[in-house]
Each structure stands twice: as structure tokens, then as C-alpha cells.
Design a protein around this ligand. Structure first.
Ligand SMILES: NC(=O)c1ccc[n+]([C@@H]2O[C@H](COP(=O)([O-])OP(=O)(O)OC[C@H]3O[C@@H](n4cnc5c(N)ncnc54)[C@H](OP(=O)(O)O)[C@@H]3O)[C@@H](O)[C@H]2O)c1
Length: 276
């Protein structure tokens, strides 16, 4: 299998490096193209994949194409790609808000996978949700899953609505965790801890709690019950959160991201002059 990554920015580079290091592909199985010469020079230095100066030398040879450019660059890129495509190619797009229908029309191709990664892909702990057009076969989907899993874990969803919903949970989710971490660091600072001390206290607490959560089937509520005893310190904090409706506020925030993802998808469809 030959894979081409288009766009060697943050995400494209993350995927290309992860795929190259995973042994999922043979050494000459990975190609990358970026339109920027300076970026291509940096990509070449890694020595992990074949860097191409033009789409013409790589796109016709690829079985799977991962599109990792910003959504705003999608229309121009797809126009450039269209005359170079060959039958049977599978396209994975990680472009936020760009629908399968938009990509089908832009490329004139049928086998499209829309994926939503998240930032921890940078450290191999990404969570990618994806869905595919009906034309992608089971075998091709399995290969796609293998490629996406090189940056962490993935989940195959049935609809694009679920991709937008997962954007509100895992896509944008790391920022919610950082928000919570910042609030705890601010509290630590008010209590007199130095920045370094606050960072250690908060970072290790999150890492430990996540490790516990992932080490068993217990729910977060079960774990809360284990930590909090009646009349104790933790219960005082959890009661305060409940009194302030924090759970409902967090859910409202996740829904705000979900609705924004849906709206962005609609905007791209309207820009392309198509209707889902
Ligand atoms: N970062 C995240 O956490 C995250 C999460 C989910 C989804 N995504 C999606 O991932 C995609 C990539 O994001 P990113 O942060 O990696 O963007 P990025 O750093 O801007 O990388 C995109 C790269 O593609 C290049 N490019 C633009 N048009 C091109 C073309 N026609 N042919 C070849 N290369 C081209 C860009 O060059 P120039 O810089 O010269 O334009 C840039 O080097 C976006 O669509 C985003 O929605 C990102």
C-alpha cells in the first residue's frame, strides 16, 4: 500500500511521522507533498518518507491519500488534484467541517473518509473519530483504521452528524481539560504555590486520575465515590461543583462545540454551492 500525505503542517507531519515509525507501511510506502519549498526542506531532513515537489509525481501512485491542509485551501487543492486521480483511490480528510459530499464533488471521487483527530495525536495518544462514504470497502476501512491508529486510537462512526458530535467531545475536548487544569493552577497559585509547584501538583494529579480511569471499567462517578468520604475535603469540593451546576455547564460547552462544528460544515457546503 502506498500512502500520500498532502500538507506537511502540524497534523500532516504528525500523521506522516507516526505512520513511518509504526512499520505499518514499507519504507518506500509513504510519500508527502507540501506546496511550500521551505517546509519540504524540513520534511526531507527527517529522512522518514519520500518528499515530492509536485502532486504530479506522487498523487497518481498513491492508494490512500491523507488530506491535511486547512479547510480554506481545500477548493484550490481539490481542483489541482482532480486531473491526477486514478480509479480506486481512498481519500482520508482530516479537514475540520469539510463534508464528504463537498470532497466527493471537489475531487469527482467516491471513496472518502472524513476523520476528526485531536491534539494528543502529537504524542501518540490521539483520539480520531471517522466515518466513510458507502463506496469504501470493509477491507479499505480496515487499512484506514490501521493508518489512523498509528497516532493513538480511533472510532468508526456511522454518520457525519456523529463526527460533529465527537468534535464536541474528543476533538475540542483537550482544551476543556486544559481549562480545568488552568483553573486548578490558578487556585494553587492563590493558595501560595509557585508556578512550578502548581504545575507539578496539577499535571501529576491529572495523569494519575486518567491512568486510574483507563485501568478499569469503573465510571468517573465510581472513582469520585472512592475518593470522597462523607464530611471530607473532596466531598466539600464536589458539593460546591454541584451547587454551581458545573456538570450542566460543561455539557452546555460541549454542545456549543458540536453546534459550531455543524455550522462550519454548513458554511463550507454553502460556499461550494452544494446542498447536503
Ligand atoms: N491541529 C489540530 O489539532 C487539528 C485537529 C483536528 C483537525 N485538524 C485539521 O487538520 C488540518 C491541518 O491542520 P494543521 O494545523 O496541520 O495545518 P497547517 O499547519 O497549516 O498545515 C497545512 C499545510 O498544508 C500546506 N498546504 C496548503 N495548501 C496546500 C496545497 N494545495 N498542497 C499542498 N500543501 C498545502 C500548508 O502550507 P502553507 O502554510 O504555505 O499554507 C501547510 O504547510 C486542518 O484542516 C485542520 O482542520 C487539525
Amino acid at each position: 500500500m502506498k500512502v500520500l500525505v498532502i500538507g506537511g503542517g502540524n497534523m500532516g507531519m504528525t500523521y506522516a511521522e507516526a505512520m513511518a515509525k509504526s512499520n505499518f507501511l514499507s519504507q518506500d510506502g509513504l510519500m508527502i507533498f507540501d506546496k511550500d519549498e521551505a517546509k519540504r526542506a524540513v520534511l526531507r531532513e527527517s529522512g522518514l518518507f519520500t518528499v515530492h515537489d509536485s502532486l504530479g509525481t506522487c498523487l497518481p501512485n498513491a492508494d490512500v491519500v491523507l488530506i491535511a491542509v486547512k479547510p480554506i485551501h481545500a477548493p484550490a487543492l481539490m481542483e489541482e488534484m482532480q486531473p491526477l486521480l486514478k480509479d480506486g483511490q481512498v481519500f482520508i480528510s482530516i479537514m475540520a467541517g469539510v463534508t464528504i459530499e463537498t470532497i466527493k464533488q471537489g475531487l469527482g471521487a467516491e471513496k472518502i473518509v472524513r476523520a476528526m483527530p485531536n491534539l494528543p495525536a502529537l504524542v501518540g495518544l490521539g483520539m480520531t473519530s471517522f466515518t466513510a462514504s458507502a463506496e469504501v470497502s470493509r477491507l479499505e476501512l480496515a487499512a484506514v483504521e490501521g493508518l489512523l491508529d498509528t497516532t493513538g486510537r480511533s472510532i468508526n462512526l456511522n454518520t457525519e452528524k456523529e463526527i460533529d458530535a465527537s468534535t464536541g467531545i474528543s476533538g475540542s475536548g483537550p482544551a476543556y481539560i486544559f481549562y480545568f487544569m488552568q483553573a486548578l493552577m490558578d487556585a494553587a497559585s492563590r493558595m501560595g504555590f509557585s508556578k512550578d509547584e502548581a504545575r507539578l501538583l496539577v499535571g501529576q494529579t491529572f495523569a494519575g486520575a486518567v491512568e486510574l480511569f483507563n485501568s478499569s471499567d469503573l465510571s468517573p462517578e465510581d472513582w469520585m465515590d472512592k475518593v470522597a468520604s462523607k464530611g471530607g475535603t473532596t466531598r466539600a469540593a464536589l458539593d460546591s461543583m454541584d451547587d454551581n451546576n458545573l456538570n450542566a455547564h460543561i455539557q452546555t460547552a460541549a454542545y456549543a462545540a458540536f453546534r459550531r462544528a455543524e455550522a462550519l460544515g454548513q458554511e463550507t457546503l454553502e460556499k461550494e454551492g452544494t446542498h447536503a
